[in-house]
Design a binder for this molecule. Sequence first.
Ligand code: SAM
Length: 239
Amino acid sequence: MQSDSIGIARLFSEIASRYDFLNHLFSLNIDRLWRKALVRSARLRNGARILDACTGTADLAIELGKSCFACEITAVDFSGQMLRLGREKVRKKGLAEKIKFVKADVLDLPFPDCSFDLVCIGFGLRNLMDRQKGCDEMARLLKSGGRLLVLEFSPFQNGYLGVIYRFYLKNLIPILGGILSGSAGAYNYLASSIAGFLKPEEVVLMMKKSGLTEISLKPLTGGIACLYSGVKNPIDRLL
Ligand SMILES: C[S@@+](CC[C@H](N)C(=O)[O-])C[C@H]1O[C@@H](n2cnc3c(N)ncnc32)[C@H](O)[C@@H]1O
């Protein structure tokens, strides 16, 4: 288990070059559908200011960038290697005007309060050393009426799907991930970070503690992942 932020940043930098390939392979490409589900639920308006926290290699930022007109996306991560690959992908897709990258820690972001209409985090929340602090920080950056969208794996389920999922996560992913990425430790960590993550109702409680309301959650693919949504000061939106 990684015990500090520097260890997590180092781990992602270590697997960065294989990250996209293994992500799509292990999820059988379903991760792409989950990100699209997030973008659909964002109901983006023209000119929106968007933060993609824990952007990694920018898959979510790219999906957002393809779906909005004249929006400004700030993509943040603390792994230099992940950002480098993300920046390259964004340039190749011709989205460099819309998507800007910032190297920063999501627990302490260098932006003023109320800067963004939408804050998203895809498969990043479970990696934060202090998840409540991260959630508070993302809520702080939202404008009144702005929305936080969290896409994250859920811990193991009960039933048949749970048994298969547990076997896949605990046995196949660490072995295959280790062989294909050259870093067995990283894929052991990724599997155990999913197993040890919060239950959906605990994520909802955390979002409430950050002051968000109108919280909803949508299980995806039998509950393997979940999409959460919360709004900051929705009343102000109506005034
Ligand atoms: C599993 S990847 C997710 C990447 C991407 N959002 C996606 O949808 O594939 C998690 C990312 O979060 C980043 N990360 C973890 N903790 C962070 C923190 N405290 N501040 C900034 N980035 C962080 C890692 O460097 C990594 O790139």
